[in-house]
Design a binder for this molecule. Structure first.
Ligand SMILES: *Cc1c(COP(=O)(O)O)cnc(C)c1O
Length: 391
């Protein structure tokens, strides 16, 4: 049996180019061709993040969670204070990472499917000095999108020197984002989500203010994730010189570089528009199947995935029924949501593949029919294709 189509919110299907790049033999980490492509990956990261020339990309072996650790440990130290905008599962993970670093973190929000209001966040920011604000751009556990630009502006009004750290693991490459324009100090992600590379790389871009915060720390981060160790290595690679601190995941960097190159060649804005189009069309098709979204308002819905309530009478085994129809989707993840729900990823290069999106809608529709629901599967697939043309 062939592998099911991968439509979970990461890892995602790879484009033919990226797949070919991942199948190449490993490179030596000081080989000139590897240095050149590592350097290109770093400069393409600046383009995708819309970061300035003085912003520093970091590219390490690891998962998104490691990128979260790296961000926290490099900009904050024990005794400092932070506010976490809690939009779901990964905001809570960030709060846990902060607690382990000895940072006093106050969480605001926490209602599943919602983003706390600017007033609520304002109140939390107003209570004494706050060194950093932590945001999750897309909460992958509920499919809600936070207004990062407005929240960053609000933070800066309260504390001009505050650091704004964005978990963009489910957003970078799929949602509109401007690191420099919006004044974001760290924007982190992982390779396996909207960037459409295999899992295994932790990525972050740091602003000059974030780099200065690392310089000021009296308690340095763990060595393996210390920006101070990696900075000269990354600078050397970007300048085309070999350098060594710890061996990079050469094969994964090759695959990531191929993927970043595809995004840059398409145009970053075009890639974002492609995600919007896919999200609008998938949502129209899911609505035709009678599925309702988990986000409290449709305006809060992210463009990189859809979180959908599983209809009454069906249970959390429903994703397995979808898998039996050839498409892998995810179940619920938020610990406070008892009602079963489904998460369908529409992120990465696959969002340009109308056939794959149609297959996903059909698999969900057929699984509903298999479970005894009355649904118009072909009507939903037609809605998808129409919306893809007009969205
Ligand atoms: C997937 C995800 C993470 C964690 O990434 P891993 O690679 O699984 O460690 C963190 N934050 C968000 C928003 C995510 O979607």
């Amino acid at each position: 049996m062939s592998a099911p189509l991968l439509m979970i919110p990461g890892p995602v299907e790879l484009s033919p180019n990226v797949l070919a790049a991942s199948a190449e033999p490993p490179r030596g980490h000081t080989a000139p061709d590897f240095i050149a492509l590592f350097g290109r990956a770093l400069s393409d990261m600046r383009a995708v993040w819309k970061a300035g020339p003085d912003h520093q990309p970091f590219l390490l072996a690891g998962s998104g969670t490691l990128a979260m650790e790296m961000a926290v440990q490099n900009v904050l130290e024990p005794g400092q204070r932070a506010v976490v905008v809690d939009t779901g599962y990964f905001s809570r993970r960030m709060a846990e990472i902060l607690a382990r670093r000895g940072v006093a973190a106050r969480s605001v929000g926490g209602r599943p499917g919602e983003v706390p209001s600017l007033d609520e966040v304002s109140q939390a920011l107003a209570q004494g000095p706050v060194h950093a604000l932590f945001l999750t751009h897309v909460d992958t556990s509920t499919g809600v999108l936070a207004d990062v630009q407005a929240l960053a502006r609000l933070a800066r009004q309260h504390h001009p020197e505050i650091l704004v750290v964005v978990d963009g693991v489910c957003s970078v490459g799929g949602e509109a984002l401007e690191q420099q324009g919006w004044g974001l100090d760290v924007v982190l992600t992982a390779s396996q989500k909207a960037l459409s590379a295999p899992p295994g790389l932790a990525l972050a871009v740091a602003s000059p203010r974030a780099l200065a915060a690392r310089e000021r720390l009296s308690q340095p981060p763990m060595l393996a994730i210390d920006w101070k160790e990696w900075l000269p290595i990354h600078q050397a690679y970007e300048a085309g010189r070999p350098s060594y601190f710890a061996t990079p995941a050469t094969g994964l960097v090759r695959a990531l570089q191929a993927s970043l190159q595809e995004i840059v060649e398409e145009g970053v804005d075009a890639a974002i528009a492609r995600h919007r189009r896919a999200a609008t069309a998938m949502r129209a098709a899911f609505a035709h199947l009678g599925l309702q979204g988990v986000p409290a308002q449709s305006e809060l819905a992210a463009h990189t995935l859809s979180a959908l309530w599983i209809p009454d009478g069906l249970d959390r085994t429903f994703p397995a029924r979808v898998a039996a129809r050839g498409v892998l989707v995810a179940g619920g993840l938020h610990p406070d949501i008892a009602r079963p729900y489904l998460r369908v990823g529409h992120l990465g290069q696959i969002t340009g593949n109308a056939g794959a999106l149609g297959e996903t809608v059909r698999a969900v529709g057929l699984a509903l029919a298999d479970a005894g629901q009355t649904v118009d599967v072909e009507g939903a697939a037609a809605r998808l294709q129409e919306a893809l043309k007009t969205a």
